[in-house]
Design a protein around this ligand. Structure first.
Ligand SMILES: C[S@@+](CC[C@H](N)C(=O)[O-])C[C@H]1O[C@@H](n2cnc3c(N)ncnc32)[C@H](O)[C@@H]1O
Length: 657
């Protein structure tokens, strides 16, 4: 029994009683779910006290769950695993609000109430609490009675919702949603919508809404009383509501999204915010990438949908477009070659800003340095002055990518300084520097001195492995328990994992496999593993670690393979460069990644030195591999060949300590 449980056990008239928290802990569910079980009659409270239970009842229910008798409740207890929705707690105001909202979500799910009717009932409840709707009952809604609102626009909005809902979708048992407590927080409807939206659908359209602290900071930085502002993929209106705290005229707040329910919520949110005003929100259900910025959208006047002072959003990332949409996008945005959804939105926002207008976008870190995003980096560098890049790290539950905020001003003059904010530190970088970087990488982790060193390395005549190497991933067996042995066996051979890969050499193997490629889940063509010479590198790693292999060894998926194909460029020289402290420095400063991606490796320079230098490096590599030489000597030799000063060498050595 958990300590908390024992502590909260109360003996009352010789009966053991549990409070709400202990019951929840004991059952392994949230307090909101316990309350919901009470509501649904699965669990009795103690003497009608809302937050207390007979210990015996709680134990009974637990044993029923364990024995499988209570299938349905069991499913609820395992809710997080069983269904594919989740409550985005980063989006809730505080723990109390989160629990309250979770309670409502649980009620909706356990009563199988459809999304749209549920949102309508909660909205009516909210409107009642806001004093905009005088009274309402389930019967009024079922019979589509004329409800009395104090605001004409809101009335029209709600009538259009009610007309959308089919007969029979709203039942008397749902009346709880009309009366339940709703915590006071911004975009409470959006929170519920996010919580009820299926995870699959969310990731398909990139619908992860932005936590309010991030939204507020952006708005505070740029919006003014008379600004004309837009969120081009507004969801339920997080940004629009934040704008409404600053922008005086609601008609200057524009939003677009192609999700109809999200747009309805965003419109209602804004109407509630300005409930004393008579206005129609400029928030529409359209596809921003095809239907905005052309003509006749918000009004007949094209001018209205251009010339924004501020555009702020968290656009969808990594959307898989249909074949038809991809074709259309390629035609409409010929300069975006990556087919990346956030890049289209960035380009669109540049088109829709006024001169001097500012955009702030929440984006994955990969925009800064992944080669495919060179297209949009180039467009931004040439058409805008980047003002600030803020490293936010992980922001969204269930989205593991590090996140940045990118702020830029539409401007033809773009040679100013960019402020980089990271972990409470800030420094600035000249924008022109990035125009000179290979693939226009935004190396935010490199200071000016770092950049000078990197540019010195790249200024040496060089080639790269791009289009000049074969690549292979390690084997994915599909079932390591079945295929991998941890001792040598007849017919088995060593197979190397990432952790077995050291600089230049492979460690003693700790795993063995029978090579039957047809049985594995994912395997590269055999010839790649069996290449005469190859480099094996750790895939998940902060450091570049490349082993040289001429024994045709196999690797598992944590160790990948590159087979360089540059004539007269010795593979051991490539290993020496990639393993060196200097390249570690370049890698960290340019990419700051914990995964060694092929696109990163392809950007590392291979200097075109003469055969004599190559021979000396090979000799030093062989010495290191045979434990005769020393790695420091090789490391120094490489730095010397790039003619680094002793100050630069000390700096790099210090960095690598
Ligand atoms: C990551 S959510 C962000 C919502 C909101 N901007 C925020 O930050 O909370 C992305 C939104 O983009 C919308 N969306 C995706 N593609 C769109 C398109 N082509 N046109 C309009 N909206 C789109 C999705 O429906 C979703 O609401």
């Amino acid at each position: 029994m958990a300590n908390g449980f024992a502590k909260n056990l109360i003996i009352n008239n010789n009966e053991a009683v549990l409070n709400l928290e202990s019951a929840a802990t004991f059952l392994g569910i949230s307090t909101a779910t316990v309350r919901n079980w009470v509501k649904c009659g699965h669990l009795q409270t103690f003497e009608d006290k809302k937050h207390f239970f007979h210990k015996k009842d709680v134990e009974d229910i637990k044993s029923k769950i364990l024995s499988g008798d209570l299938e349905k409740l069991n499913r609820r207890a395992n809710k997080a695993k069983a269904d594919k929705t989740f409550v985005p707690d980063e989006y809730a105001k505080d723990r109390y609000s989160f629990d309250e909202l979770n309670f409502i979500v649980d009620f909706i799910k356990s009563n199988n109430i459809e999304l749209f009717p549920a949102l309508l009932l909660i909205s009516l409840n909210l409107l009642k609490k806001e004093g905009v709707l005088l009274s309402v009952s389930i019967q009024d809604v079922v019979q589509k009675k004329d409800l009395s609102f104090t605001n004409k626009q809101i009335k029209e909005e709600i009538i259009s919702w009610i007309l959308e809902i089919d007969e029979g979708k709203i039942k008397e048992e749902f009346s709880f949603l009309l009366d339940c407590n709703i915590p006071k927080q911004r975009d409470v409807l959006g929170f519920l919508y996010q919580s009820l939206l299926l995870e699959g659908k969310k990731s398909q359209s990139g619908s992860y809404y932005t936590p309010s602290n991030i939204v507020d900071e952006i708005v505070a930085d740029y919006a003014k009383r008379d600004s004309k502002v837009l969120d081009p993929c507004c969801g339920t209106g997080q940004f629009l509501l934040a704008f409404s705290d600053v922008v005086e005229n609601p008609e200057n707040i524009y939003g677009v999204d192609f999700d109809e329910i999200a747009v309805r919520i965003a419109r209602l949110n804004l109407l509630i915010k300005f409930k004393g005003r008579d206005f129609a929100p400029n928030i529409v259900c359209k596809n921003t990438l095809f239907d905005i910025g052309n003509y006749d959208l918000f009004s007949l006047n094209d001018e209205n949908i251009r010339n924004f002072d501020v555009i702020a959003t968290n656009p969808p990332w990594g959307v898989h477009f249909s074949k038809e949409d991809s074709g259309r996008l390629k035609k409409t945005y010929p300069t975006i070659t990556s087919l990346e959804s956030f890049s289209y939105f960035l380009k669109k926002s540049l088109d829709l800003l006024c001169d001097g207008g500012i955009s702030s976008f929440i984006l994955p870190e990969s925009i800064l340095n992944v080669k495919t995003h060179k297209d949009i980096r180039g467009i931004i560098l040439k058409n805008a002055q980047i003002k600030k890049i803020t490293y936010l790290n992980r922001v969204f539950k269930n989205v593991f990518t590090p996140v940045i905020r990118l702020d830029f001003k539409k401007s033809e003059v773009n040679n100013g300084r960019i402020v980089i904010c990271k972990e409470n530190k800030s420094y600035s970088i000249e924008q022109t520097r990035w125009l000179q970087n290979q693939d226009l990488v935004f190396d935010i982790h490199a200071s000016e001195f770092d950049a000078e060193i990197i540019s010195k390395i790249y200024s040496a005549k060089h080639t790269t492995l791009e289009n000049k190497a074969d690549w292979a991933l390690g084997i994915v067996t599909g079932n390591n328990k079945e295929f991998i042995a941890d001792e040598p066996k007849d017919g088995f051979e060593p197979i190397y994992k990432g952790k077995d890969v050291e600089k230049f050499i492979l460690d003693k193997p700790s795993s063995y496999i029978q090579f039957v490629p047809e049985k594995f889940q994912q395997v590269a063509p055999t010839g790649k593993y069996r290449a005469k010479e190859k480099l094996i590198y750790r895939f998940i790693s902060k450091y570049l670690v490349f082993a040289y292999d001429d024994k045709q060894q196999l690797t598992l998926n944590s160790a990948n393979i590159v087979i360089p194909k540059i004539s007269n460029y010795p593979i051991k020289v490539i290993a020496a460069l990639f393993n060196s402290s200097l390249y570690q420095f370049i890698f960290q400063k340019k990419f700051s990644s914990i995964k060694i991606l092929r696109s990163h490796i392809e950007q590392l320079p291979l200097p075109l030195w003469n055969g004599e230098i190559f021979s000396e490096i090979i000799e030093l590599v062989d010495g290191t591999m045979n434990n005769e030489g020393n790695f420091m000597k090789l490391d120094n030799y490489i730095m010397d060949k790039f003619t680094l000063s002793s100050k630069e060498k000390d700096y790099i050595n210090e960095f690598n300590k």
